[in-house]
Design a protein around this ligand. Structure first.
Ligand code: MG
Length: 390
């Protein structure tokens, strides 16, 4: 590999797609469905980009069909048949043109088309470009290596107050400081869970409720006030993502800070909520939003609107998790980040040194160029879903 060739002189030469299924270590249900069950496997799609001088970058997608419309099959076919052919030959540094071409290949509906597939390519390009520049991704994005830690928010999966408290105590003993829970799965227990979590959480904890579109307007208004009274700090996506008017009505009825997630795919989506004053945070989610480049555009809108950040994920793997942390730190955000993949998937074969990067409830970034990780390719291939290979 010619390490002395500058980023701007390199171009995208090849994009390989690896559909895999990784072992699930815990079950995870939310209002719109499930991300999988303990003992099962979860669909991930790894992307390896090789540039014209032999440099490499990695990206990863974790489609969750019960959360949004993308599937492992659609991510593989979208990247292999549409996105990769459109971007091969492009200068590695040109992320503006990368997204212009990806949008030209797979256009928008009401919002960005196939964002999870696009995010995997976007992260691989950023990783390769930052590696070629000899910079960590956070420095490459405009930050500094001096900011190197993101505190995680632990996802409580219980829908029973006593069980949620037990999970919290166990996580707290491991050094976790912040907690999120899934509301609107069992409406009968939502308020009791909120109270138990707020009571058991340590001082300074950030408590985050996510309803994943699951409430009716009346349920949302009731839960919002009860959660606020219990001490919950934000209620995310209480209502269906395509019902902007319902958020407008809820905003008038409640004092709890609000956020959107499923409704906030493109920068334009977030602009609409921010411009009307309907949200109190931008929830940065790299995969939902089509990658790091459009997420930066959303962060600029949040900055202009005076809104702070939160970070979350889709039980993403460690490549996406570190990429999201690099992005957050570039813009001065050190958590809480609900990047909960480690709670649900076993990636130890791919990243044998993972514990160096994630410990005691925080992600610790080192000074390695790019995202800062390379999955073990041999191990990755042992998890391949061969019938989906392009
Ligand atoms: Mg969410």
């Amino acid at each position: 590999m010619a390490n002395n060739v500058r980023t701007v002189e390199r171009s995208i030469e090849r994009i390989e797609v690896f559909p895999v299924r990784l072992p699930m270590t815990a079950s995870f249900s939310f209002a719109s469905g499930s991300a999988g069950k303990k003992g099962g496997t979860a669909p991930h799609v790894f992307v390896k980009l090789t540039d014209s001088h032999g440099g490499v970058g990695w990206g990863e997608a974790r489609p969750v069909p019960q959360w949004s419309y993308e599937t492992q099959e659609s991510v593989v076919s979208t990247i292999a048949k549409h996105l990769a052919p459109a971007v091969v030959g492009l200068p590695l540094s040109d992320r503006f043109e990368l997204h212009r071409r990806m949008h030209a290949a797979v256009g928008r509906g009401p919002s960005t088309g196939q964002p999870i597939a696009k995010a995997a390519v976007d992260v691989a390009v950023h990783d390769a470009a930052a590696r070629a520049a000899g910079q960590t991704l956070r420095s490459f994005l405009g930050g500094s290596d001096a900011r190197d830690r993101v505190d995680l928010s632990y996802t409580l999966t219980a829908h029973d107050a006593a069980e949620a408290r037990d999970q919290l105590e166990t996580a707290r003993a491991q050094g976790i400081k912040h907690f999120n829970f899934k509301a609107a799965v069992d409406r009968a227990t939502d308020v009791a869970v909120a109270r138990a979590v707020c009571e058991a959480a340590p001082a300074g904890a950030f408590i985050w409720a996510d309803a994943n579109q699951g409430f009716t307007p009346a349920e949302a208004a009731y839960a919002a006030d009860a959660f606020h009274e219990a001490g919950v700090h934000v209620l995310e996506q209480p209502l269906p993502a395509d019902r902007f008017e319902l958020m407008r009505a809820l905003r008038k009825k409640t004092k709890i800070p609000l956020a959107v997630d499923e409704a906030c795919v493109s920068p334009g989506d977030f602009f609409r909520y921010a411009a009307e004053g309907l949200v109190d945070y931008l929830v940065v989610k790299v995969t939902r939003s089509g990658g790091l480049f459009p997420s930066r555009e959303q962060i600029a809108i949040a900055e202009a609107a005076g809104l702070p950040l939160l970070v979350s994920g889709l039980t993403d793997g460690f490549v996406t998790k570190q990429a999201a942390c690099q992005l957050a730190l570039a813009f001065g955000f050190g958590g809480p980040a609900a990047l909960n993949g480690s709670q649900f998937i076993d990636e130890s074969a791919l990243f044998p040194e993972k514990s160096k990067h994630e410990a005691k409830g925080s992600v610790h970034l080192d000074a390695s160029p790019g995202v800062g990780l390379t999955p073990d390719e041999g191990a990755l291939k042992t998890f391949l879903v061969k019938e989906l290979l392009p």
